[in-house]
Design a protein around this ligand. Structure first.
Ligand code: PAF
Length: 279
């Protein structure tokens, strides 16, 4: 049984992984750090399903379309390590940009189509190209059997599935439930930037999503969207977008269809929060 290990580059990490028995399975949990219980739940699931789990902490500059968002992103590697150091069979790797994006970078850009144009794609140009690139390189370097991602970032998950299929990476992408606080707020590293009052204000997100889920089949997509927007007008949050789409294709949802998802992004005191509900 291996204990907890940390590595500051992939050479050390790969050297260690090579010492494991050949049939050991590796689970990968890519993160940008500032870990919370949402990440812990991904890690616990990965530990159940694999012999060894690698957690990467890397704030990926390529996925930030806004420089102040990148510089404000919380970075607390010592706290992250403290949160994880009691786990066994766990490796944490904190690579440098040059490790993730080497000079002879193997990534051949995948066209993301509609996923890059609607909802998050519309408001964060280049974001998903950066996510696809970093996740590709991490999977190619670490060679996990399975990689774990939260459903809170449902569109990101769709992008990653598309990239993995297009590049034929031999990995299973595992989608994990969104973890919420007792008021329904989805756990996110950005929540660390919210005050107690902001967190109370942000409850409009979950309440609105629950309202959409309960009522979409009764009043239809057009009406429900109007009502959802009205809820935000009466709140302290500023809605950026709210959209109802098919959860696989991200084409607009049509009434009577199956497999819908309602996704939204809203600013709470300048902090951008996203969430979604399946219906
Ligand atoms: O969801 C995240 O934290 C990031 O987008 C990811 C998947 C770690 C890629 O940088």
């Amino acid at each position: 049984m291996t204990g907890f290990q940390t590595f500051s580059d992939f050479v050390g990490l790969k050297g260690f992984l090579k010492t494991l028995s050949k049939d050991s399975t590796i689970g990968l949990v890519p993160t940008m750090g500032a870990l919370h219980f949402g990440h812990i739940s991904l890690i616990k699931r990965a530990l159940k399903e694999n012999d060894i789990v690698v957690v990467t902490l890397f704030v990926n500059p390529k996925q930030f379309n806004n420089t102040s968002d990148l510089s404000n992103y919380p970075r607390v590697p010592e706290e992250d390590i403290k949160l994880l150091d009691s786990f066994k069979r766990l490796c944490v790797c904190i690579p440098q940009e040059g490790d993730v994006y080497p000079e002879n970078d193997p990534y051949q850009e995948v066209q993301l189509g509609l996923l890059d144009q609607v909802l998050e794609g519309e408001f964060r140009p280049g974001h998903f190209a950066g996510v696809a690139h970093v996740v590709h390189n991490l999977i190619r370097i670490i060679e996990p059997a399975k990689a774990y991602f939260g459903l809170k970032d449902a569109q990101q998950l769709a992008v990653i599935n598309l990239m993995v299929n297009a590049t034929r990476l031999p990995v299973d992408i595992i989608a994990c439930e969104t973890i919420r606080n007792s008021d329904g707020l989805a756990l996110s590293s950005r929540n660390a930037l919210l005050s107690k009052e902001n967190i109370i204000d942000a409850s409009v997100i979950y309440e609105t999503l629950a309202f959409v889920k309960d009522n979409i089949r009764k009043i239809g997509a057009v009406e429900i969207k109007k009502k959802a927007i009205a809820r935000f007008k009466n709140s302290n949050l500023k809605i950026e977008y709210i959209g109802l789409v098919n959860r696989d294709s991200f084409q607009p949802f049509t009434d009577g269809g199956e497999g819908g998802i309602c996704c939204l992004a809203a600013y709470c005191n300048g902090v951008r929060l996203i969430d979604n509900v399946l219906f």
